[in-house]
Design a protein around this ligand. Structure first.
Ligand code: GLA
Length: 458
């Protein structure tokens, strides 16, 4: 009863906002995109209190996304101000500047590609003919001709988060439409329309589209986006999702808790949020820490003052360590050489795309110095370990890693590859010590030195 009342109130608010947009030619996205007041957003418990239950469910799987999806998404850089020219330019840029070779293949339209603002009851779902005069199929064909893939966005409500027509009641029809257009990735966003819904209702709407996508016959990676609510990580994989958000929208900040009061999470917030959720991530189903902020430089559609190059590098490295999807959120046509160097480091991407698919979490002496210094680790398919020595504070610190102490392996000797310096040192038989500057993450690959064996170096 209470849920119905809240839902009805939300619908009225959206309807009124939509009508006011229809009446005013000069209204913009900010007029209709309602960020929920903090009091209305379910509060997060401490990561340690999060349930670790993996629930049973319908056990659906499309077999896709065996490694975390990599690509670009339009939302954080452009909001709903997207169009065919921007998308074609983005496709051309990614296909030619080294990003595609590095593994970034999904070019994802987020909210705002649709023709109509307002309820699905009143409007069909179709592409905005002014923004996309050639239609979405032509865009998908274009992406495919360049070796890339095209993603699209919808949601299970009457409207999406930005107030555009959603898929409610038309799941099978929309899945078929997306398949006929050649869509490769769907972000299906329940976080606004179903923000207050009980978990069982969210599960049902995620399931409807999951089944519809499977029935469409086209391999479409399925992002069940619910902003970190309803414990999606516990069940979404069972419902056929390849990724799900573990938190609210990312702000363009490394460490600025003030923005959480405005609904946004910074890099450290999201890392803390995910630290106890690593076990839910794995091949085909990933914890999504939200889009990459590298290159936004304070120009996000949302909030955030931007980050230093070291902070963006740490953010990218850590998203790779925790196996988050890597979707660039900035304007790829304007990436600096520093941003390009960060985004295309093959050794970081190898950590993200490792076939074992183990998401890193803090280990061993994981919380030194009151939690300012953290050690994250993940096992790699070749028997090595990827390690992040993360200095969350602003002061340079000496940090160490010991395989026996922190990884609980019985290695006597090991070598260390610094994947930002591209340098291998060792062998070591004592803890490896290194200086880590403020907000830096030293990313290392540790290889056991096996007596009388030739160690393959990367
Ligand atoms: C929600 C999502 C964002 C984006 C917008 C679009 O806020 O969390 O990532 O998709 O909706 O309206």
């Amino acid at each position: 009863m209470q849920y119905r009342t809240i839902l009805r109130t939300a619908c009225v608010v959206i309807l009124l906002a939509t009508q006011s947009v229809a009446q005013s030619q000069s209204s913009t996205y900010t007029d209709i995109y309602t960020i929920p007041p903090l009091s209305a957003v379910p509060t997060f418990t401490s990561p340690l209190a999060i349930s670790t239950t993996i629930s049973t469910g319908p056990n659906l799987s499309n077999g896709l996304a065996q490694t975390p999806p990599m690509g670009w998404s339009s939302w954080n850089g452009f909001g709903p101000n997207i169009n065919e020219t921007l998308l074609r330019d983005t496709i051309d840029t990614i296909a030619s500047n080294g990003l595609m070779e590095a593994g970034f293949v999904y070019v994802n339209l987020d909210d705002g590609w649709q023709h109509y603002l307002g309820n699905r009851l009143d409007h069909p779902l179709e592409a905005d003919p002014v923004k996309f005069p050639s239609g979405i199929k032509a865009l998908a064909d274009y992406a495919h001709s360049k070796g890339l893939k095209l993603g699209i966005y919808s949601g299970p409500g009457q409207t999406t988060c930005a107030g555009y027509t959603g898929s409610q009641g038309h799941e099978a029809e929309d899945a078929k439409l997306f398949a006929s257009w050649g869509i490769d990735h769907l972000k299906y966003d329940s976080c606004c329309a179903y923000q207050f819904a009980p978990k069982s209702v969210v599960q049902q709407v995620i399931l409807s589209m999951s089944q519809a996508l499977l029935a469409s016959g086209r391999p479409i990676v399925y992002h069940a986006c619910h902003c970190g609510w309803a414990d999606s990580w516990e069940w979404a994989a069972q419902y056929g999702a390849n990724q799900w958000r573990i938190g609210q929208d990312i702000s363009d900040d490394f460490d600025y808790p003030g923005n959480r009061m405005k609904y946004f999470f910074d890099v450290l917030d999201l890392l803390d949020r995910g630290n106890s959720l690593a076990q839910f991530s794995g091949p085909g189903h990933w914890n999504d820490y939200d889009m990459l902020i590298i290159g936004l430089n304070g120009k996000s559609q949302h909030v955030g003052a931007g980050c230093s190059n070291v902070e963006y590098r740490t953010h990218f490295s850590m998203w790779a360590m925790v196996c988050s999807p890597l979707l660039i959120g900035s304007d790829v046509r304007a990436l600096s050489s520093d941003s390009m160097e960060t985004l295309t480091n093959p050794e970081i991407i190898a950590i993200s795309q490792d076939l074992l698919g183990q998401a890193a979490a803090t280990v061993g002496v994981g919380n030194q110095d009151g939690g300012t210094l953290q050690v994250y680790a993940k096992a790699m398919e070749d028997g090595s370990y990827a390690v992040a020595l993360l200095n969350r504070g602003g002061v340079t610190a000496d940090m160490s890693i010991s395989p026996q102490r922190d990884l609980t392996v019985a290695w006597d000797k090991y070598t260390v590859r610094d994947v930002w310096k591209h340098e291998t040192t060792g062998p070591y038989d004592t803890p490896y010590m290194v200086e880590v500057i403020g907000h830096e993450a030293k990313i290392l690959r540790l290889y056991e030195v096996v007596p009388n064996a030739t160690m393959p170096l990367p």
